[in-house]
Design a protein. Sequence first.
Lengths: 170, 283
Amino acid sequence: MTSIQSTKPSSGSVTLHVNGESTQVAAVLHDTLLTVLRERLQLTAAKRGCNQGVCGACTISIDDAPMRACLSLAHNCEQAQVRTLEGLQDCPHMQALQAAFARAGAFQCGFCTPGMLVSARALLLRNPDPDAQAIRSALSGNLCRCTGYVKIIDAVRTAASALRLEGAAS
Amino acid sequence: MSALQGLYRPKTVEEATALLAQDPEAKPLAGGATLVAMLNARVIEPTAFVSLADIDEIKGISVLADGRVRIGAFTRHRETAACTLALGSSAVVPHAASQIANATVRNMGTIGGSISFADPGLDYPPALVAAGAVIEIASMDGRRTVPAADFFVDWYVTALEAGELVTAVLLPVPDRGVGVYVKHARVAGDYATASVAACLVDDTCLRVAIGGCGPTPLSDPEADAEISADRSDAAIAHAARLLVERADPLDDVRGSADHRRLLIPRLLLRAVRSLEAMHRSAA
């Protein structure tokens, strides 16, 4: 059983790498990353909707891929690079999306918006010119109960063309 | 035996199985897509997790010396869906992976975690049965393999014993066939109400497995023999009747048992016709 001694369990706190900074924060074993972000680090952009991975309101970026903060155990994220919407404000893709969402009125209550933005950014990073179907598919894991999605899809298309124009101009 | 406390991150399968042997109540944690949802719903309240995130041996897709294709248990659905190896009829497996939930969940969930959960509405189980996949399982005593058809035992019950862990899914040596996964769900991203995984190995060998219509993926050698010999509408309808007779679906929020029985012939016909179209365009 010597091999077991090489794997020490994590204890009452975790060291997380969030938005480029390392922070030690209290967390019990069952705490999700979402709980720690919202309740200990006051990063409240990611929302707790279903807490089951279905609604997408808690979508954040972990190691550069959109993932569910509510399905991630804080203790299992110690080696991950976590980025929340707060930490993506300098990203040109995020800025273009936020401007387009505001212009299109792509929200009513706004609860789903942070998750929508994180998912849409990941889409635009891998596909600079998505059609409506590609956008629907990329956002199919983000539920909005207000808008009917039309303006959200319009906003993502607008952001994509603004980014392409910017790229062509520079 | 003493109960473990906390989250462990072993580096090898041997360390992981040693931990599970020490505390069979400790939960192996892969992508979290199911396990953490169950934790949040208070369905489980484990005192220890054995995170598999640092075990390189169970990550990614590789070709074995004998030509079989090994999908490590910790391979995310995204990676399996994007597999570019020529798999022949086993391409049903990445095709199923591409239809699991949504892009974000596919970034998280793993094949080992998915099949260990063994929900009858999952996409992998029928695909693995149709493909003739084999599940590799590890424990303190070493490794063993179980055909996918025997791995799924009952509603949410697999062949895994206490202290065991899925380490890989092994796909047969690629043939020159084609595979397809046809899923019917209420909305994009939902579990299947019913699904058909179908593998056309060659012109005389077609295998199918039905998902969502009983405790485990449903397959029937007689139905396979029938549609292997004759792919007319009438033969497919007859094979579907054999499958419907053996189906044991439930009424649930995704559809009534009767609705599921009605889906089987329709999905089967669609699956066989798409296999033929793929076969023609591949030739």
